[in-house]
Design a protein around this ligand. Structure first.
Ligand SMILES: Cc1cc2nc3c(=O)[nH]c(=O)nc-3n(C[C@H](O)[C@H](O)[C@H](O)COP(=O)(O)O)c2cc1C
Length: 192
């Protein structure tokens, strides 16, 4: 696939077949994450690869509780129809954790988000690599991190950037339409 095809092939996938992801593909997908940029080349992320049904069920349980919290808090109605069964359907969940203190030199000039910026590019590399193999993925964050951390034995100094299900998409994944890019020239302009 050409790069622009891969970019468009990556769609947020919320239904998966259970077919396992071949180990060589999983290895290459995680390797793609390692080629993401990071401040001071700190690579502030690590991966937890989850394939065990029991662990996936716990991840789903914590996520379902977060969905309920949104509904109880008067959040958007679509939440009621949002199926979280894909957290158990997908053959693999890649949990990307990161160290928020590994943020480069930003503290010297009031930039705080280096680690978050870096790990986000890592997550995107992973999702693009999955797309190249015809695999679906999702940047999933709908959970209370404090409740998820102990389930996965994540040390307190690390945070969860995303839980990424990976697997063969079940059915067609439609892309939500894109707005035209807002592009300014030379400086921000309200009229452009
Ligand atoms: C930081 C971040 C968090 C997200 N969290 C969720 C999530 O918890 N659940 C979900 O279904 N999609 C989540 N998404 C995916 C977006 O809903 C999705 O990217 C957007 O609707 C555009 O669709 P596309 O990815 O197919 O282009 C998240 C995306 C980002 C970047």
């Amino acid at each position: 696939m050409e790069f622009k095809e891969v970019v468009k092939a990556r769609r947020s996938c919320r239904a998966y077949e259970s077919d396992p992801v071949p180990q060589d593909q999983l290895t290459a997908i995680l390797e793609a994450g390692q080629w993401a940029p990071s401040p001071l080349h700190a690579l502030p992320w690590e991966y937890i690869v989850v394939t065990d049904a029991g662990v996936k069920a716990k991840i789903r349980e914590i996520s379902e509780a977060a969905k309920q919290a949104v509904l109880d808090g008067g959040g958007p109605g679509f939440a009621a129809k949002y199926p979280m069964d894909f957290l158990e359907q997908a053959p693999v969940l890649i949990v990307v954790v990161f160290d928020p203190t590994k943020k480069g030199l930003g503290d010297f000039f009031n930039q705080k988000f280096g680690a978050i910026q870096a790990v986000s590019t890592c997550v995107q590399n992973i999702m693009l690599a999955a797309a190249e193999y015809g695999l679906g993925s999702l940047f999933f964050t709908w959970f209370d991190p404090e409740k998820m951390q102990p389930v996965l034995n994540i040390p307190e100094n690390l945070e969860i950037a995303a839980i990424i299900p990976i697997g063969k998409p079940k059915g067609e994944v439609k892309a939500p339409p894109r707005k035209e890019a807002r592009i300014h020239h030379e400086e921000f302009s309200a009229s452009e």
